[in-house]
Design a protein around this ligand. Structure first.
Ligand code: HAM
Length: 418
C-alpha cells in the first residue's frame, strides 16, 4: 500500500467530528447575526474562469500570480479553484441582475477557498471563509453597518479583536501616489529585500505590507497614502471615521495597511487577534466600487469582508466551544437478545420524537454499557432487561445526579419534552 495515499495533501486537513461542533456553532451564530442585518446567503461555484480572478483580483497580485490552482477541462478553457469569493459574488450579482432598486443587496457566503501558499500555522491551502458583501451604495455609513455586524458576531463568540482601518485612495489619486512611491523605492533598492525590489516595479503598494525586518526602517520612511488622497477620498474617510465613532466602534488607523487584492478603493480594513500568532489577520475587507466595471458590468459600488473560519475556530474560547457540544439525551442499555430488539424499537420511537438517543450493538454487561454512556456524555440511561419488558416500564437513570425513576415509553417521550 502506498503510504502517501494514507495522508491528506500538505495544506489540507480533515476537520474531524469532535471539531465540527465548534464550526457549526460559529456558522449558526453568523447566520443568526447576519440575518438581523438583512444579509442573505449565496453559494457560488468552487471554480470559475481563471480570467474572472485575473481581472477581478489583479494579475500582479500574489493570489493570482502565484497561488491559484489552475487547470483546464476537456474544452481547454482555463479555470481556477476560487482563491476568494468577492469576484464570484459580484459576477453573480451582475449575471442575475440582483440590484434592489435604490436599496442595498446584502449577501453572505460560507465555504472553502484555495490558495497555494507556504504552509504555516494558521495558513492552509484549503481554508474556509465566512464573508459578506453589501452591493449598491457608496455611502460611508455602509462601512459602519457591515463592521458593526461583524463585531457583534465576534463578540457573541467571546472573541477579542482589534479593528485596523486605512484609506487606500481610488483611481483618481492612487496612480499618482504609486508613481511617488515607486520613485522613492527605486532610490532605495539597496535597503530592500528581493521581494520588495521586485514589487517596486510590479506592485509597489505591497512593499508597505512587507514583514522582513531589514526593510522596516525604509518602509517607515516612505510617503503614506493618507497624505496623498484626493479630496473625495479624504472626505469619504472622514465620514467613515465619524460613523464609526457614532456607533462607538473603536478603531486604529494604520497608514501602512494595504490589502493583497487589487480591487480595493478607499476604505480597507483588517481585524486582527493577538491570540492567532504570526498569521494574526482574522478578517480582511474593504470597499471595491470599481470591481463590477472591471468585470465588464455597470458600476456597482460594494463593501465587504471575509473572515478566516479556520482561524476563528482556533481561538474560540473554551466555554463557547462547550456550548456547541450536544451529548446524547438518552443511552439505551439492553440486557439479552429480546431486550436488544426492544431497545431498537425504543430507539426508533424516541428518535422519531426528536430525542438524541444512542445504543451499542454489542452485548456488554450493564456496567460496561453504563461506562460507555458515561464516556459519550449521555445525560440519561434507560435500562431495558427482561423484567422491565415484562412490567412494561423501565428504569431511567440520570447520569448527572444518579437518581432513578420508573417510566413507560409514553412517559419517556414526555420526560424529554419537558
Ligand atoms: P483576504 O484578506 O485575502 O480577503 O482573506 C480574508 C481572510 O481569510 C484572512 O484575514 C484570513 O483570516 C483568511 N485567510 C486567507 N488566506 C488564508 C489561508 N491560506 N489560510 C487560512 N486562512 C486564510 C479576501 O479574501 C477578500 N475576498 C475579502 C473581502 C470580501 N473583501 C471585500 N469583500
Amino acid at each position: 500500500m502506498d503510504d502517501t495515499l494514507l495522508s491528506n495533501l500538505p495544506g489540507t486537513r480533515d476537520i474531524l467530528p469532535e471539531e465540527m461542533s465548534s464550526w457549526h456553532l460559529v456558522e449558526d451564530a453568523a447566520r443568526k447575526v447576519f440575518a438581523c442585518y438583512g444579509f442573505e446567503e449565496i453559494r457560488t461555484p468552487l471554480f470559475e474562469a481563471t480570467e474572472l480572478y485575473a481581472r477581478g483580483i489583479g494579475g500582479e497580485t500574489d493570489v493570482v500570480g502565484k497561488e491559484m490552482y489552475t487547470f483546464s477541462d476537456q474544452s481547454g478553457k482555463s479555470m481556477s479553484l476560487r482563491p476568494e469569493a468577492t469576484a464570484s459574488v459580484v459576477r453573480a450579482y451582475l449575471q442575475h441582475s440582483m440590484h434592489r432598486g435604490a436599496g442595498l443587496t446584502k449577501l453572505y457566503y460560507i465555504g472553502p477557498m484555495f490558495r497555494h501558499e507556504k504552509k504555516q500555522k494558521g495558513r492552509w491551502r484549503q481554508f474556509y471563509q465566512i464573508g459578506a458583501e453589501a452591493l449598491g451604495s457608496e455611502h460611508p455609513a455602509v462601512e459602519t453597518e457591515v463592521i458593526e455586524m461583524l463585531l457583534s458576531f465576534l463578540s457573541s463568540l467571546g472573541v477579542q479583536s482589534r479593528l485596523l482601518i486605512n484609506s487606500v485612495g481610488d483611481a483618481n489619486c492612487r496612480p499618482q501616489y504609486i508613481d511617488t512611491l515607486r520613485a522613492e523605492l527605486r532610490s532605495r533598492q539597496g535597503s530592500l529585500c528581493d521581494d520588495c525590489r521586485r514589487r517596486t516595479e510590479t506592485n509597489p503598494l505591497r512593499v508597505l505590507d512587507c514583514k522582513v525586518e531589514t526593510c522596516q526602517p525604509t518602509i517607515n520612511d516612505l510617503p503614506m497614502i493618507a497624505d496623498h488622497l484626493c479630496s473625495e477620498c479624504a472626505h469619504h474617510f472622514e465620514l467613515v471615521k465619524q460613523y464609526l465613532q457614532e456607533a462607538a466602534i473603536a478603531y486604529e488607523i494604520v497608514p501602512r495597511l494595504v490589502r493583497g487584492l487589487d480591487y480595493y478603493v478607499r476604505t480597507a480594513f483588517e481585524i486582527v487577534s493577538g491570540d492567532l500568532g504570526a498569521q494574526n489577520a482574522l478578517v480582511g475587507g474593504g470597499r471595491y466600487d470599481g470591481l463590477a466595471e472591471v468585470l465588464g458590468g455597470s458600476r456597482v459600488p460594494g463593501f465587504g469582508f471575509a473572515m478566516g473560519l479556520d482561524r476563528l475556530v482556533m481561538i474560540l474560547p473554551q466555554e463557547i466551544q462547550a456550548r456547541g457540544k450536544h451529548p446524547p439525551d438518552l443511552f439505551l442499555a439492553h440486557l439479552g437478545e429480546a431486550a436488544f430488539h426492544r431497545a431498537l424499537e425504543v430507539a426508533r420511537i424516541t428518535r422519531g420524537n426528536g430525542i438524541f438517543c444512542q445504543l451499542e450493538f454489542s452485548d456488554g454487561s450493564l456496567k460496561s454499557q453504563l461506562r460507555q454512556a458515561n464516556r459519550i456524555g449521555a445525560r440519561t440511561v434507560l435500562i431495558i432487561g427482561e423484567e422491565e419488558m415484562a412490567r412494561g416500564s423501565y428504569t431511567l437513570k440520570s447520569m448527572e445526579n444518579s437518581t432513578q425513576t420508573e417510566v413507560t415509553i409514553d412517559q419517556l417521550k414526555n420526560h424529554f419534552k419537558k
